[in-house]
Write a protein that binds this ligand. Structure first.
Ligand SMILES: C[S@@+](CC[C@H](N)C(=O)[O-])C[C@H]1O[C@@H](n2cnc3c(N)ncnc32)[C@H](O)[C@@H]1O
Length: 236
């Protein structure tokens, strides 16, 4: 025990751990400062649009929130936790291929939060990978020997075109290429059209409907894309 403590006390490992702790402490302060500054700056805008988990380019007129900072990120925040915004803040919230990174058992809480920060009659638009297409494809393969996976762009990560390997990639993702198994981009929820629609309805959204491809605002994920929109009640 004494030896382990001694070697930690005097090792490069200790330096690395301390360096990481310092970095994450200062990073947190820097991120909180940027987030609070942008909250104050944007609070008084008349019309407000928020994109959660944005892609490489900012959608015109949208404020952006991401778990990782970047040039085009206004708010650095993990959406597992309550949003840092007041009630009734946004006219429109757009979330494409981000909510599947939230654990399935936190989905209802996140939808409640999204409802809370929308203005009355504000709209939520959500795109996620369609788990029903994944399940149906596996079923078709197991029962009828039909391989449908080249309908989805992610077949390209799978030289053998193995259906269950593709399904695993689609359900859990291939990670972000950094070999970090704790990276936020792992998937934690599988959706079907009914499951996603019910999350909207349970949170109180009205006029809940499936969206079609023409309603994609940013990157179009193609065949696998499942989109649902809903509106907050227009009375406070
Ligand atoms: C697959 S990318 C989607 C990018 C783009 N919206 C699109 O449709 O192509 C997922 C995005 O969500 C962000 N993200 C993942 N987990 C998050 C979390 N817990 N809180 C906030 N953002 C998160 C990632 O950093 C990344 O920008």
């Amino acid at each position: 025990m004494k030896n382990i403590f001694y070697s930690f006390k005097n090792s490069r490992k200790r330096d690395r751990v301390l360096q990481k702790l310092h970095l994450s402490f200062f990073l947190k302060i820097k991120n909180n400062y940027k987030t609070s500054k942008n909250i104050r700056k944007n609070k008084t805008k008349d019309k407000r649009f928020l994109e959660i988990g944005p892609g490489l380019e900012r959608l015109p007129d949208f404020e952006t929130l991401n778990i990782i900072d970047g040039e085009d990120v206004d708010y650095i925040h993990n959406i597992f936790k309550p949003f840092p915004f007041e009630d009734n803040s946004f006219d429109l919230i757009y979330a494409s291929h981000v909510l599947e990174h939230v654990p399935w058992f936190l989905q209802a809480d996140v939808f409640k939060e999204l409802y809370r920060i929308l203005k009355p009659a504000g709209q939520l638009e959500v795109w996620v990978p369609d788990g029903w297409k994944v399940i149906s494809s596996v079923y078709e393969f197991e029962i009828n020997g039909i391989n449908n996976i080249d309908k989805d762009g992610w077949y390209r990560f799978n030289d053998e075109k193995d259906v269950v390997t593709w399904a695993n990639g689609r359900i859990f993702t291939y990670g972000d290429g950094s070999d970090d198994i704790y990276h936020p981009n792992w998937h934690r929820t599988l959706y079907t059209p009914k499951f996603l629609t019910n999350l909207f309805k349970k949170a109180g959204f009205l006029d809940v409907t499936l969206m079609d491809e023409s309603e994609v605002r940013g990157y179009n994920h193609g065949w696998i894309n499942l989109g649902v929109k809903g509106r907050k009640n227009d009375k406070l």
